[in-house]
Design a protein around this ligand. Structure first.
Ligand code: ATP
Ligand code: MG
Length: 403
């Protein structure tokens, strides 16, 4: 019976002169994500702080379409909440009649199964010319329902089983029964494009998601060490990319084989600096890729103190090879928080599949916890043909566009 879904936003509403840029991006993103989910031909209109979604020719949404859209909208960053709505003219009697008729059916259904029902009305009046204030609208609805159902219907403002939402606007009045939470944040594409280092682990997909939530479009870079790591490791990262791309207009996955550099490190450097040297290579290649594709920052899933390579001293040694802005959304999070988020966003089950990572190739038994800058640098200088090998790795990067 629904022909319209109304979307509300929160943080965007605090924006000043560039607010319409945020709103338009949100509209674009909803269309794109809906397209990915197979919902085509959606019309999205933004009217006074709300977005109205309709089918063409104002047709009724089918149940399956509503379910798909609920899923899509729960991933559209920038949205605070949304509700399927019934619309009517903002005239008092018409509004009460329409709300009463639609509520009556739903309440009757519930009362078939139980004796009484707890309910409330929540009204909002943005059109101040409407003759009744919000409280009066709520009282009028309660009076009408009481007349119909008597004591079987009880007002409960704190814990209702059934809520009637009413919003009176200048052009239209909206009636709704369900409100779903959006993901919050800012629409993807309202800030710079960035590059995320995506491993097959739990943390980096969470870092990608958190960065998207702040409005950045994310491209992904993964490192593998074929033939020392299996191609399945790359397949796993591709699947993680697909899950993450459900939250944004698809980002590209770049895959770089660093096995030649890792062999050079194994053969020429102190084993206890191996992981750090790998990480410095990753950072250098990421920096080159950012410059090439004009990406504004590098995102990682590093968390302070999680492992030896993530002590403050070692993070500094890794950071030292790049002049790019580094974003580490998980810096202050512990593993349990990261796991919880990974489960929510749908990457956890893939992340825990057991596949070796590039960083574990030729792994030292006791890595340095606080490496000295100059010793790591000296070690790097010992690598014959280091710059050329870096260049070769960079030039051999593969790209996957449509995951
Ligand atoms: P987890 O900690 O859950 O095993 P992780 O992805 O955080 O997974 P770490 O070893 O903690 O793995 O690596 C820290 C960060 O370095 C990652 O979050 C990721 O951003 C980057 N990284 C590590 N290995 C790779 C890789 N093979 N390709 C791309 N980025 C990587
Ligand atoms: Mg980690």
């Amino acid at each position: 019976m629904y022909k319209c879904i109304v979307c509300r936003y929160h943080e965007i509403a605090t924006k000043g002169h560039n607010r319409s840029m945020f709103e338009n991006k949100l509209l674009d993103n909803i269309r794109v994500l809906a397209g990915y989910a197979g919902v085509e031909g959606l019309t999205c209109q933004r009217i006074r702080g709300r977005i109205f979604l309709r089918k063409q020719k104002n047709a009724v949404f089918e149940e399956a379409e509503l379910e798909q859209l609920k899923d899509v909208l729960s991933r559209a960053f920038g949205l605070e909440s949304f509700s399927p709505v019934i619309e009517c003219v903002p005239e008092a009697e018409t509004l009460f009649e329409t709300a009463f008729e639609s509520a009556k059916g739903a309440i009757c259904k519930i009362l078939e199964k139980q004796n009484t029902i707890r309910f409330r009305t929540r009204a909002r009046r943005s059109d101040k010319n409407f003759p009744l204030i919000s409280k009066e609208i709520e009282i009028e609805m309660a009076t009408r329902l009481h007349k119909e159902f008597g004591d079987r219907i009880k007002i409960d403002l704190d814990d209702p089983e059934f809520t009637i939402g009413i919003e009176v606007r200048e052009q239209v009045a909206l009636i709704y029964y369900e409100t779903f939470r959006g993901p919050g944040g800012l629409p993807v594409g309202t800030n710079s494009n960035v590059l995320a280092l995506l491993s097959g682990g739990i943390d980096s997909p969470v870092a990608c998601h958190m960065t998207m939530k702040r409005g950045c479009h994310v491209d992904f870079l993964t490192f593998h060490s074929f033939p020392y790591t299996p191609m399945e490791s790359l397949e796993k990262v591709k699947r993680l990319t697909s899950v993450l791309n459900r939250y944004q207009k698809k980002g590209r996955l770049f895959a770089c084989n660093i096995s030649e550099l890792q062999k050079l490190i194994r053969d020429n450097c102190n084993p206890k600096y191996r992981t750090l040297l790998y990480r410095r290579i990753m950072m250098r290649i990421a920096t080159m890729l950012c410059h090439f594709h004009k990406l504004g920052a590098i995102v990682t899933g590093e968390s302070i103190g999680q492992v030896a390579s993530q002590t403050i001293v070692n993070l500094s040694v890794i950071n030292d090879v790049t002049n790019m802005l580094m974003i580490r959304p998980l810096a202050g999070m512990d593993k349990l928080e990261s796991i919880e988020r990974a489960q929510k966003i749908g990457t956890f089950d893939i992340s825990i599949e057991d596949q070796p990572d590039s960083c574990t190739v030729f792994l030292p038994s006791s890595p340095a916890v606080a490496a000295k800058f100059y010793l790591v640098e000296e070690d790097e200088k010992r690598i014959p043909g280091f710059e050329e090998a870096l260049e070769r790795a960079f030039r051999s990067i593969e790209r996957f566009d449509n995951l």
